[in-house]
Write a protein of this length. Structure first.
Length: 318
């Protein structure tokens, strides 16, 4: 499905008593629009991606976090006191949710990646994990029933290469791990530097909780390590991603427990993150689900992940 028009999105805002033009921001798993004054973001979701109850569970967790002083973007109630409104576009149902914009900006300069910011990033993730099992949000899916995982699985049959072998080893490894509340629960699952803003004193406000799922806590940390390495390489910064990640871990330990064993397992989870992204991207290309302007970037990402997975060793699966 192509992105609904800006005019359609503009008319949806009337449900929140807002009259303004909008700009289309992106369309991957959801379609996202920004109001002209950049104060609010409208997210449109298809039922094929998320059922309504899944979105409501996402917002319920966000509400729990907010009530416990974790800085997140605020979802806004419609005129009918609903966080999720339902509309029809080209004979298809779409779910609409409106959020306030986060204060601040994206951390996009080398000097942003200083110890203060990096520790705050880790501490923020630790605070999320404090409340990862505070209530039974059974409408959110687990890591191996999530749409991203299901999509990645569809690409396995046509791509039986070294990435396939590593993916299968890592999947079996994850399936063998314990799932008690000290190490497993609801996580953001995509808290890279593009999914939060920072203020000038490096306070973090996160957004895009659409991927929140039941997973091991260290998956959130693995996402950080993968994103640091990838971004520093892409921007050709001289920063050491491992040194930066050590500050993230230091901050995480300030707000949440991390045993030596689970810390050792983070590296294996970085390989899982990359293997999952590899087959997710392959599936989207095979299914013609990548915008033409994004195809070169995604193709390059696939090539880089394939190379990076060559350093995988089964010895990491502890």
């Amino acid at each position: 499905m192509k992105a609904p028009s800006n005019n359609f999105a503009k008319n949806i805002l009337l449900k929140w008593n807002i009259q303004t033009d909008v700009q289309f921001v992106r369309g991957v798993e959801n379609f996202v629009y920004r109001t002209n004054d950049s104060s609010k973001y409208l997210r449109l979701t298809l039922p094929s991606h998320r059922k309504k109850r899944e979105i409501e569970a996402e917002l319920k967790w966000m509400d729990t976090l907010s009530k416990n002083n974790v800085r997140i973007v605020q979802p806004l109630l419609s005129n009918e006191s609903q966080f999720v409104e339902e509309f029809i576009y080209n004979d298809q149902v779409v779910f609409a949710t409106l959020f306030k914009a986060a204060p601040g900006r994206t951390p996009e300069k080398p000097e942003d990646y200083n110890p203060t910011f990096l520790k705050n990033w880790g501490a923020y993730i630790g605070n999320l994990h404090k409340y990862s099992s505070i209530s039974p949000l059974n409408s959110r899916l687990s890591w191996d029933t999530e749409p991203g995982f299901i999509l990645a699985e569809t690409a396995l049959i046509n791509n039986k290469n070294h990435c396939y072998d590593i993916y299968q080893q890592l999947k079996s490894y994850l399936q063998s791990l314990p799932k008690d509340s000290s190490c497993y629960g609801l996580v953001h699952a995509d808290l890279h530097q593009g999914n939060f803003f920072i203020t000038e004193d490096y306070k973090i406000t996160a957004f895009d909780f659409d991927d929140c799922q039941y997973h091991w806590h260290i998956y959130d940390l693995a996402v950080v390590m993968v994103s640091l390495k990838s971004m520093f390489k892409q921007k050709q910064w001289s920063l050491d991603h491992k040194a930066c990640f050590s500050y993230v871990l230091e901050g995480y330990r300030l707000t949440h427990n991390l045993t030596p064993l689970w810390e050792e397992r983070i590296t294996a989870f970085t390989y899982w993150r990359n293997a999952l992204l590899y087959f997710w991207a392959k599936a989207r290309i095979e299914g013609d689900q990548i915008l033409s302007e994004d195809l070169p970037r995604v193709t390059k990402m696939i090539e880089e992940i394939s190379l990076s997975l060559q350093s995988f060793s089964p010895a990491l699966l502890i």
